[in-house]
Design a protein around this ligand. Structure first.
Ligand code: AQP
Length: 349
């Protein structure tokens, strides 16, 4: 049975170049989900400003991300794609949800702890990030949220926030389920940490073949393999992990053996990988080039996406305000039409 009526929501931050981690861990799966679900995808710019950023770069980053998403297959006829700040109801609902979210729950979030270690001035926005995320999801009363393992804790908090709010103000928000896709956690060029836009360890999704060759060449391989003549261990090599994704099974098998027997060096192994990534992503790159030539088209997709999203968002927010006793309509009730004056009776002469 096709589940056409169930709704999926997910978001991605315009916080840097979209990379293979985002693509393999999220975007590819999002495209597949559009076949089965009503899909709403959001460029979460309000989340991106919770860590230090350059205001003059943000708008271009949003458009670049939109280009990458549409080029990957999230075309307007398959899903609703929009920018979070274009639908102000996200921030409004987040404020309402803040009031039912215990401070301790936010302080316990792993991502908050990790990010606040890297940042000097930690803002309240970073702490409240998961509440805004809850608002993103609950605003559309989404049933399913495709997330990576790293986002599971935030989704659990969203469910908890929905439960608390519903218990206090009456059932409104469904508790969304996590949809853990087939995508894996992709490691960065250092081969240790998660590939992350803000970590300077990425392979950009839209890199040209030449750029890919140069970038992949910097990837860390098996650290124990010092010289070309040393045999390597593919199981601890991130380049090999990416071969498993981008190379044919026969090629993977051959590389595994040649690495273990020092039959192939890391330089050649990386060159092959860069070539295979370039080949697989060629259609995405080509579509992105077309879209970059037509920024008006990209803006139109985002504009129409926001219009569609707002229809749902307005309705949910109005209901939430109402249930919380926040009556926003203070317009005077129109006066009743005046009764017609009685016909004058002529004075008796
Ligand atoms: N390395 C990764 N492997 C697998 N999946 C990943 N995702 C991100 N990095 C990897 C998935 O991409 C989706 C969108 O991510 P996001 O931009 O909202 O936030 P993020 O996870 O914080 O991504 P980054 O690249 O690490 O951004 P910064 O550096 O700004 O924090 C999510 O579904 C995520 O799981």
């Amino acid at each position: 049975m096709t589940e056409t009526r169930r709704r999926v929501f997910s978001g991605i931050q315009p916080s840097g170049d979209v990379h293979l981690g985002n693509y393999l861990g999220a975007i590819k799966n999002w495209v597949e989900l559009t076949e089965r679900y009503e899909s709403i995808y959001c460029i979460v710019d309000l989340h991106a400003i919770t860590i230090p950023y350059e205001p003059e770069e943000l708008h271009d980053r949003v458009l670049d991300l939109a280009v990458a998403l549409i080029a990957s297959g999230l075309e307007a006829d398959r899903c609703t794609l929009f920018v979070q700040s274009h639908v102000p109801e996200h921030a409004e609902l987040a404020w309402l949800l803040n009031t039912v979210t215990p401070l301790g729950d936010l302080q316990r979030m792993t991502q908050f702890k990790e990010k606040s270690e890297r940042i000097k001035a930690v803002s309240a926005g970073l702490l409240n990030y998961p509440v805004l995320q809850a608002a993103d999801i609950l605003l559309y009363r989404a049933d399913l949220v495709p997330v990576g393992e790293d986002q599971r804790q935030h989704l659990e908090l969203t469910r908890e926030i929905a439960r608390r709010w519903n218990a206090r103000y009456g059932e409104l928000f469904p508790e969304p389920d996590a949809l853990i896709g087939p995508g894996r956690r992709v490691l960065g060029l250092d081969g240790v940490s998660k590939m992350s836009k803000s970590q300077n360890n990425v392979i950009p999704l839209l890199a040209t073949p030449e750029e890919l060759d140069a970038i992949v060449r910097t990837a860390v391989t098996d650290p124990a393999r010092v010289a070309r003549v040393d045999p390597g261990n593919p199981n601890v090599c991130n380049v090999f992990a990416l071969h498993r994704v981008f190379s044919s099974p026969a090629e993977v098998e051959e590389i595994e053996i040649r690495c273990q027997t020092a039959g192939i060096g890391c330089v050649e192994c990386k060159r092959l990988l860069a070539g295979n990534i370039a080949d697989e992503l060629a259609p995405v790159r080509e579509r992105a080039l077309e879209l970059r030539e037509r920024p008006d088209l990209v803006r139109e997709v985002l504009h129409e996406g926001a219009e569609r999203a707002r229809v749902i968002a307005r309705e949910t927010l109005a209901e939430a305000y109402d249930r919380m006793g926040l009556r926003r309509n203070m317009a005077p009730t129109p006066a009743a039409p005046a009764a017609p004056a009685p016909a004058a009776t002529p004075d008796p002469a």
